[in-house]
Design a protein around this ligand. Structure first.
Ligand SMILES: O=P(O)(O)OC[C@H]1O[C@H](OP(=O)(O)OP(=O)(O)O)[C@H](O)[C@@H]1O
Ligand code: HPA
Length: 180
């Protein structure tokens, strides 16, 4: 079945699970080479990254640690508008080699906040692995983007951890909206 409905929206198949797994295997190989002799700390950004993290980490043959955190947004009391706070960021990341794991980088706003707050804790290095990247939607220059699964057009996608109104994260393939 190539077309599905999630809530009120129609989606069509875009990236099948087999293609996702093949690409993730290659990302794992690259990370194993780049971090040889190190013990990286993978930090997944909840909720969307949970399936990607699970499959990526199985490809890692290095000693490594895994943690998850979430980004909470709330309206600030000052005129600065939205304030973002990291919840669950591991305490002691000073001197660690960090790999942030994301399901998607869209405008790059979330990741820019995460990187700023992580760097304040003086890690040895920080890189980002994101399954998906929308280059034409990106509004921030993020030099830490290193291990990208797929560059995709600026279209809304769902499945394999990604949601539409909270739904669709359980789909094994990734689908794209048939209309905006
Ligand atoms: O580059 P940006 O425009 O900031 O968008 C990317 C962010 O949006 C999604 O998270 P969301 O806030 O939807 O939370 P979720 O992971 O729980 O779905 C995704 O997981 C990224 O964290
Ligand atoms: O295309 C998307 N799909 C689901 N969640 C998202 N968060 C940012 N972009 C997307």
């Amino acid at each position: 079945m190539n077309k599905i409905k999630v809530e009120d929206k129609e989606f069509e198949i875009f990236l099948e699970n087999d293609a996702l797994n093949k690409r993730i295997r290659l990302l794992g190989i690259q990370i194993n080479i780049d971090y040889e002799g190190k013990c990286p700390l993978f930090i997944g950004v909840l909720n969307g990254s949970f399936l990607f993290m699970a499959d990526l980490i199985k490809e890692i043959s290095l000693p490594c640690e895994v943690a998850f955190m979430r980004v909470a947004s709330y309206e600030g009391t000052s005129s600065s508008g939205k304030v973002k706070e990291l919840i669950g960021l591991p305490e002691n990341i000073e001197g660690r080699d960090i790999i942030i794991v994301e399901d998607i980088v869209d405008t790059g706003l979330t990741l820019t906040h995460i990187l700023k707050m992580i760097k304040e804790k003086n890690p040895a290095s920080v890189k980002v692995s994101s399954l998906l990247l929308k280059p034409s939607a990106l509004k921030y220059d993020i030099e830490e983007l290193e291990y990208i699964g797929f560059e995709i057009p600026n279209e809304f996608v769902v499945g394999y951890g990604l949601d539409y109104n909270g739904l669709g994260r359980n789909l094994t393939d990734i689908y794209r909206a048939t209309e905006a």
